[in-house]
Design a protein around this ligand. Structure first.
Ligand code: SAM
Ligand code: SF4
Length: 339
């Protein structure tokens, strides 16, 4: 019943992208103009998403689902989807530590409109939120996201805390020469607000394909910069979680670093993904997709969907090759896959 890939890793975590659209145009993700959106008819309905999620949970003991995009809050009636997914329970006989419990349901958002729906999301059963915030300077925020929305995002983070989400985390992509001078400021922000800041190494999934290694600020450098100001000790045992974590020695919380480029964690990867148009992917960087939408819309049974998912996971590779000559950029970019 477990979903195990050819390298012995058990799939536990599903990322569902619910839209490819976004109200921001972050330079490391999208071009300023000219993104081609999926036709609406190609995007899965909430009921189709619930069905695929239920197959992953019910057949394979997947115990965590993260909703992402594009910007998930761009989809109308998001709490309706949250309500459907929050009801999924990990089967009692699953080998997951969450067997018999509701799935761990989380969302990643840019936070711009979070103030408007934080309470509703909480009432619908959402437990955890990650808000993306790469800079605390309004002019730089406008340059990085191409939108003048810093105040709304900060307000959204406060709204998530006020609504009782625990934990609230902040995702910050660090780019050399762009915002690497704010690493300590972002850490300070996290300490003051009681949120864990997770620094993300810049990955080659930008729509403009300008990524190169020189723009990546690696984990060691990020941790060293913070530790100079706020002494840190590493929190042991990451398991399958993508972030390595450190705690402040003065007890003022933790930070995370997602070292996708300098210290890939592929060996522990337990994730699979479904794009907004219902394509199943075994890796962010996968170059092959499996068309679950076609199966769904052609009347496939749950067992047939599960068989296709198992077949897909049977092709999962050992890991991406970022930085090596063998690396091939996927056809779709971050917002089209779902980060
Ligand atoms: N729109 C939402 C947001 O920004 O939080 C969810 C989707 S976004 C694609 C998910 C995460 O991917 C965000 O934290 C974003 O900063 C990150 N991201 C986007 N492009 C990236 C890149 N090229 N390298 C590393 N992280 C990236
Ligand atoms: Fe939109 Fe998120 Fe991509 Fe920024 S990172 S453009 S907010 S999808």
């Amino acid at each position: 019943m477990d979903l195990i890939d050819p390298y012995g890793r058990t799939v536990r975590d599903l990322r569902i992208s619910i839209t490819d659209r976004c109200n921001f145009r972050c330079t490391y993700c999208m071009p300023a103009e000219g993104m081609k959106w999926l036709p609406r008819a190609d995007v899965l309905t909430y009921e189709e998403m619930r069905r695929l999620a239920a197959v992953c949970v019910g057949h394979f003991g997947v115990d965590g689902i993260r909703i992402t995009g594009g910007e998930p809050t761009m989809r109308a009636h998001l709490p309706v989807l949250i309500d459907k997914l929050a009801q999924l329970v990990v089967p009692k006989d699953a080998s997951s530590p969450r067997a018999g419990q509701p799935i761990d349901l989380a969302i990643t958002t840019n936070g711009a409109t979070l103030r408007l729906i934080a309470d509703e999301l909480r009432d619908a059963g959402l437990k955890r939120i990650n808000v993306s915030l790469d800079t605390l300077r309004a002019d730089r925020f406008a340059a990085m996201t191409r939108r003048d929305e810093l105040a709304h995002v900060l307000d959204g983070i406060d709204a998530a805390i006020d609504a009782g989400f625990d934990p609230v985390k902040v995702n910050a992509v660090v780019q050399r020469g762009v915002n690497d001078d704010e690493i300590v400021d972002l850490a300070t922000f996290g300490r003051e607000r009681g949120v864990e800041v997770r620094f993300i190494e810049f990955m080659p999934l930008d729509a403009q394909a300008t990524w190169d290694l020189s723009q990546v600020v690696g984990q060691d450098e990020i941790v060293a910069k913070i530790a100079e100001v706020y002494p840190l000790e590493q929190v042991p045992a990451r398991g399958a979680a993508p972030a390595d974590r450190w705690r402040y020695l003065d007890g003022r919380g933790t930070i995370g670093v997602i070292p996708s480029v300098t210290k890939p964690f592929c060996g522990d990867c337990d994730r699979v993904r479904i794009t907004a148009d219902g394509q199943f992917r075994t890796c962010l960087f996968a170059t092959t997709e499996f068309d679950l939408r076609a199966l769904l819309r052609n009347g496939a049974t749950d067992d047939e969907l599960a068989a296709e998912i198992r077949r897909a996971v049977g092709t999962k590779w050992a890991g991406h090759n970022i930085g090596n000559v063998a690396f091939v950029r996927p056809r779709r970019t971050m917002s089209q896959i779902g980060g």
